[in-house]
Design a protein around this ligand. Structure first.
Ligand SMILES: [Zn+2]
Length: 383
């Protein structure tokens, strides 16, 4: 088993923006600093790809991988939620959950919309833990789908329900101020979760004498189990602070399959918005366009500048790109510090975005710059 740092599956949009690259960037840097195998997980199924052919979806992944390569971010492995080995294992995972009564077939009231994005247990709709709440809006007491604006209809049907209720607190959060939120989710996530879908499209399993279409998110929730099968022991997972709920759910589901999934550390990245020098077109700033114009190194510095660990949401000034380029022109003489990183705490402290500006100033001023292992990564001297 290879000890690994991973991320939850990333859904790849048409344009890869800096905010999206922050999670894989953190997987890559911390894997190098702590000598862990790196696995970048990708989500290639579900509503986000509706209407796209399979070639087009595969193309999204190919493009994403090229972008990561251009940034100098090479992972030991990619995990795809449409991989045949994973899809074929779903029946076995569901059998395990059914035999321990975590999965049940029940006749329940379901609320659903016209486009298929919302399908939720009526009893769970007001729960603060309901993952579909962000897709629902309340208009004068009527619940509507945010995507198709249809009013949710209620009808009773036979559905597949997961009994959540995740025992213990096996997730340790970094920075530590996220621990309270993680713990309360782990302790209180105790409601039935609807995992079957009415629509025909999706992965199928046979349980309780009939066929079911499974919810996409439920299918990738076996990620930790699937990686274990592939020989990776997930020791660290990187998530954005918008993904704490999916982490608790997927990690909890993976553990419920009965496999020995070890406790895990979760590195939670801030949510960064890029402003400043490139601001007038900030909504169009994509990683490929930045790398085309400025090269990979200044873009890695921009990503590094976003990791101000003590903040939850921050605005980053894109002019850091220009300052990095000016500093690189000076071509200072670099030496290495002997710093060895042995813990997540040390890795985060070394990679804190607050030190980027002073590092750049140091590069511009001094003729001899001493590099930490993290700064070597930023400068592309270790890839
Ligand atoms: Zn809808």
């Amino acid at each position: 088993m290879k000890p690994a740092i991973i991320c939850l599956p990333i859904t790849i949009p048409a344009d890869v923006k800096p905010g999206l690259a922050l999670t894989p960037f953190t997987v890559w840097t911390v894997s190098k600093l702590l000598a862990l195998s790196s696995v970048c997980s990708i989500n290639l199924t579900g509503m986000k790809y509706a209407g796209m052919g399979s070639n087009e979806v595969t193309g999204r992944f190919t493009t994403f991988k090229k972008i990561m390569d251009r940034l100098g971010m090479r992972f030991d492995s990619y995990w795809l939620d449409n991989e045949q080995s994973h899809v074929k294992s779903l029946q076995g995972y569901c059998d395990e959950l059914a035999s321990s009564h975590c999965l049940r077939s029940e006749h329940l009231e379901i609320l659903s919309c016209d486009c298929g994005a919302v399908e939720i247990l009526k009893d769970a709709v007001s729960s603060k833990w309901a993952t579909e709440r962000k897709l629902i809006k309340d208009v004068d007491g009527q619940l509507q789908c945010r995507l198709c604006h249809s009013i949710l209809k209620s009808d009773a049907s036979q559905v597949l329900v997961l009994n959540s209720g995740f025992n213990g607190n096996p997730i340790t959060a970094f920075p530590t101020f996220y621990q309270k939120e993680v713990d309360s989710l782990q302790a209180e996530y105790n409601q039935p979760v609807l995992v079957s879908r009415k629509r025909k499209l999706g992965n199928k399993v046979w349980l309780f004498g009939r066929e079911w279409t499974l919810d996409t998110d439920f299918c990738w929730s076996f990620l930790f189990r699937s990686l274990q099968k592939a020989g990776f022991d997930s020791e660290v997972v990187v998530i954005s602070n918008r993904s704490i709920k999916p982490l608790v759910l997927s990690y909890g589901i993976s553990r419920k399959t009965g496999a020995n999934i070890k406790p895990i550390s979760a590195i939670v990245t801030p949510f960064a918005t890029i402003k400043g020098g490139l601001a007038s077109t900030s909504h169009q700033i994509t990683i490929p366009s930045l790398v085309d114009r400025y090269g990979a190194t200044p873009v890695r510095f921009l990503l590094g500048d976003c990791l101000k660990w003590e903040q939850k949401d921050l605005v980053v000034d894109s002019s850091i790109i220009f300052w990095t380029m000016k500093a690189l022109e000076k071509a200072a003489d670099y030496t290495e510090t002997a710093a060895k990183v042995v813990s997540i705490r040390e890795a985060l402290s070394m990679s804190d975005g607050n030190s980027i500006a002073s590092f750049i100033t140091g590069m511009r001023r001094s003729e001899k710059v001493s590099l930490t292992p993290y700064q070597k990564l930023l400068l592309g001297k270790d890839t």
